[in-house]
Each structure stands twice: as C-alpha cells, then as structure tokens.
Design a protein around this ligand. Structure first.
Ligand code: VGL
Ligand code: ZN
Length: 232
C-alpha cells in the first residue's frame, strides 16, 4: 500500500491503462473524425503552406485508427476564385476586403480544382474514409467551413449527411486551425454536434491575431480542445 502511495502520477500513468485513469475519449459509432484540407497547397512547398503543416499528418493517421467514420474535406476553388488576391486589382495576399457576404481575407492562388496542389496529401493513410466534401467551388463565394459557405447560408450538405448516419460527435483535425478547422468546428456547434478539436492534429496560419481569436471563439461556442493522446 505504501509502495503504491509512493508512486507519482507519472509512474501510475505508465502502469495503468489510460482508459482506466484519465478521461480518455473513446470514439464510438456515433463519432466521426473530420480531416480538414490536408492538401499539398497547405503543406511545405505549397502556395499557401501552413507552418509545420506536415506535422499533422502522422498524428491524424494515428488517431484515425480509432474511428469507424472519417470524412475529409478538400478546398476546391475555381481558377480566378474571389478569395485570390490575384483577381483584385492592387491587392496582396493576407489583405482583407469587403465582399457582399462580409470580410474576406485574400490569399495566394491555392487549391485550384484538379491541380496537384489541390490533391490530398499522399501521406494520409486513412483507407476507411467514407466521404470527401469539396468546398469553395463557387467562384464568388469562399467556404472555410465544411458545413456552410461564407455567405452564411449555402450548405454543403454535410450536417444532413452526418445526421442521416446518426453521427453526434465530431473530432476536427487538419489545416488550418484558425480558418477551415475553426469555421468547421463553429458550424458543427451551430448544428448541435458535440465538437472536439484535436490541437496537436492541427496547425494555424495566424494572420493578424487569427489563431488566438479562433481558439477564443471556439471556447465560447463550447468546442472542446483536446490532444491526440486524449483519444483512446
Ligand atoms: C484555408 C485559407 C484559404 C484553410 C483555405 O484550409 O484553412 N485557409 N483557404
Ligand atoms: Zn481556400
């Protein structure tokens, strides 16, 4: 007894299966992993490379083994998409403009339909993924969220798909934390899904305070911030 009492929590953690000692989260049939925009354009060498973006891939591959349901998204823009700085006279990437539907950050050209940059990373190893949602394919409307385009009303159909398949809990991972991951997680809450963001399975762009604001907005919306090691 004294021996056990003398063991620190670190030692206990190595002796006792995680499922018994921590608040391990075990994905069930009502859970889905959403893998957001793990595409070449957002990876090293890509036109909108997210710092350390490649580090999410092994983490996502690992947690995906715990999920029966995996949905991936693909940013999928037309050439000359409204979110590209190149189509706005005198504007540079990362500047913000006002469009009919609200503020729009302008980006380098990225994820153009059918290009290699728009392809999902070849390093993703998630053969059971059952659906790939493409978004941002309307030339005049962006769509960071996997659920709703930036006009705030055009749906991708994802919420209805998930509900039809009795999915209630969503785990969100991928790129970028402060744009497509955050907007997806916020819309997931609006659609009443229990929502987790797996922080070490995401990386952010962080322009003009966007990363801190995204975590703040997600916390306020009831998004739960977890680590991949919390998933059993
Ligand atoms: C994204 C900026 C522009 C993202 C997509 O996947 O987070 N960010 N398009
Ligand atoms: Zn985009």
């Amino acid at each position: 007894r004294r021996m056990v009492a003398g063991l620190g929590t670190m030692a206990l953690a190595t002796l006792v299966p995680k499922s018994l000692w921590a608040a391990a989260i075990k994905p069930d049939d009502g859970s889905a992993l959403l893998v957001i925009d793990v595409q070449n354009c957002f990876l090293p060498g890509g036109s909108l490379a997210v710092k350390d973006g490649e580090q999410v891939v092994p983490v996502i591959n690992k947690i995906a083994k715990s999920f029966a349901n995996v949905v991936m998204t693909q940013d999928w823009h037309t050439p000359g998409h409204v979110s590209f700085a190149s189509v706005h006279e005198g504007k540079k990437p990362f500047e913000v403009i006002d469009l009919a539907y609200g503020k729009q950050v302008l980006w380098p050209d990225h994820c153009v339909q059918g290009t290699d940059g728009a392809s999902l990373s070849k390093e993703l190893a998630i053969p059971q993924a059952e659906l790939i949602i493409r978004k941002g394919f309307h030339k005049d409307v962006d769509s960071y969220s996997a659920f709703t385009e930036a006009d705030g009303k055009t749906t991708t159909g994802l919420a209805a798909y998930l509900k039809a398949r009795n999915v209630e809990r969503l785990f969100v991972a991928g790129l970028a934390t402060d744009f497509c991951v955050a907007w997806t997680a916020l819309d997931a809450r609006k659609a009443s899904f229990e929502t987790y963001v797996v922080e070490d399975a995401c990386r952010g762009i962080d322009t003009q305070g966007s990363l801190a604001k995204a975590w703040d907005d997600m916390a306020k919306a009831g998004v739960k911030r977890i680590k991949s090691s919390d998933i059993a």
